[in-house]
Design a protein around this ligand. Structure first.
Ligand code: ZN
Length: 496
């Protein structure tokens, strides 16, 4: 067997085991009865050990070493060797004893976080978080870096991006968004936010989510929609990309925008070709690029004026009380800007500020300029400076996200970058699709999806995010596009 065939075989084996693991993970959160948890954990542990062994085997290493020198393989195969080779090197750089010790500490830290959050007791979580920061620092040393240990961790989520580049993006962004937010609050005319108040039947909301997913061209023949407490999208394999959603009954918006958001992720995954799957490149260019696809469908489409012109009568089919409500009222009410304590509830203007705050804290923790003990104070001060509000307790402040209890440091910036990537793609989309607004007014998402398939989806993880952005828009990541998008949109809505 040729080295390339052997390599492809190896990836196929990993792919099949990972598919089984994804299905078990999806089932765990959607259908598994509570008493099934203990055995399921053992099965999942077994599968992930098998995946890890295959993904770090000497045999795979030998294939990679040979293929790295092989100039005759196709560009996509080269990309596969580059991406999978980097993942291989990083996995091999970390001693198994470290992985095990960290896993044990993670589950302890997670338990402590749940309890600390429940009882609003940061000191209970503090020693665990200190441990997780130490692990993250150690991990950065194993991975290696040139400038900042944060770079080594960021690589897992945004390949090629550095702490220095992030700072260069965040500083000007903050300088624009913070005063703009103040202006909206002091000079703007806020939308009538009561337009969606009411009590909604969850089954009807579920049907509305299905309809919204059909509108955005989500393929139900290659997917499914299930209920869950914390919505997510998961890839089981080619032809099987599943969405989950939840249905709060006091407004139709959270489930609608949840469906559009997860639907945007799913469209990306449904756009991966078989070739990307067999070469293990069917994961998206980065978490941030993945988030750009979900935020584009949720915000640039779902929270746009043309879309609401189409969607108002659709909504009224399910909830007739909206039939007489002007489109403009619904459009404006779906775009209320209000600084919130909780990141996941944030609007388009304030969302990135939540991420900046976390990034600055994380970078400080990793470089040692911020002590874990000072986090509640740092957090509350930053909330006050950026958003103008202070959490009444740590549960709604520094303890709100689960990520740090796993020691996931470097994860948050992707949430912000997704907004920036999407805003940078938009002018190019408008140039290529001059009829975009008209398409949205008719509820025709096919041209937009065709553009995303061609420019973003079909490449999978073959390009690093900055290279992909250059390919698409002619320049690397540039936050000015987001500033322009958000100030134009909300100056109009708030009648500045
Ligand atoms: Zn997302």
């Amino acid at each position: 067997m040729s080295t390339l065939a052997n390599y492809r075989d190896h990836l196929a084996e990993i792919g099949k085991l990972s598919s089984a693991a994804s299905l078990l993970g999806w089932d765990l959160q959607t259908h598994m009865p509570p008493k099934g948890g203990a055995y399921r954990a053992q099965v999942q542990g077994k599968l992930s050990r098998m995946v890890f062994e295959l993904a770090t085997s000497d045999e795979l290493g030998a294939c990679l070493a040979e293929l790295r020198q092989d100039g005759s393989i196709s560009p996509l195969e080269q990309a596969s060797v580059r991406v999978n080779g980097k993942a291989y090197d990083r996995s091999r750089a970390v001693p198994p004893e470290f992985v095990e010790a960290r896993q044990i500490a993670q589950s302890e830290a997670q338990g402590a976080w749940v309890e600390a959050r429940r009882t609003n007791n940061f000191p209970l979580f503090q020693p665990h978080l200190e441990k997780m920061v130490d692990f993250a620092r150690q991990l950065a040393e194993y991975y290696g870096y040139e400038e900042h240990p944060y770079d080594a961790l960021l690589e897992d989520y945004e390949p090629g991006l550095t702490c220095r580049q992030l700072r260069a993006i965040i500083d000007p962004l903050k300088a624009e968004i913070v005063p703009f937010l103040r202006r909206l609050a002091t000079e703007g005319t806020p939308p009538d936010r009561t337009a969606f108040d009411g009590e909604y039947d969850p089954d009807t909301l579920r049907q509305l989510s299905r309809r919204a997913l059909e509108i955005i061209q989500y393929d139900f023949q290659a997917g499914a929609l299930d209920d869950v407490a914390h919505p997510f999208t998961t890839v089981i394999g080619p032809g099987d990309v599943r969405i989950t959603n939840r249905y709060p009954t006091d407004s139709p918006l959270p489930s609608l925008f949840g469906a559009l958001h997860e639907g945007g992720h799913a469209l990306y995954n449904q756009g991966f070709t078989d070739d990307l799957y067999t070469l293990n490149l069917a994961g998206g260019a980065s978490n941030g690029i993945h988030e750009s696809q979900s935020r584009m469908i949720e915000n640039q489409v779902g929270r746009s004026r043309p879309f609401w012109q189409f969607f108002q009568p659709v909504l009224a089919e399910y909830f007739p009380q909206f039939a007489p409500v002007p489109t403009e009222t619904l459009y404006r009410a779906s775009n209320v800007v209000a600084p919130s304590l909780i990141r996941v509830e944030a609007d388009e203007v304030t969302y990135n500020l939540h991420i900046m705050l976390r990034f600055e804290i994380e970078a400080g923790l990793i470089e040692g300029s911020i002590a874990v003990a000072d986090l509640p104070k740092r957090w509350n001060q930053a909330m006050k400076d950026y958003l103008g509000i202070v959490p009444p307790d740590d549960t709604q402040g520094v303890l709100q996200d689960v990520h740090w209890s796993f020691g996931y440091i470097g994860y948050f910036p992707s949430y912000m970058l997704g907004n920036l990537y999407a805003a940078q793609m938009l002018p190019k989309i408008r140039k290529d699709l001059p009829t975009l607004d008209g398409d949205l007014r008719r509820g025709d998402l096919k041209p937009l999806l065709g553009w995303l398939r061609e420019n973003v989806h079909r490449h999978g993880a073959a390009y690093e995010p900055n290279d992909l952005m250059e390919r698409i828009t002619g320049e690397p990541l540039n936050p000015e596009h987001f500033v322009r998008y958000v100030t134009e949109k909300f100056s109009d809505i708030y009648q500045l």
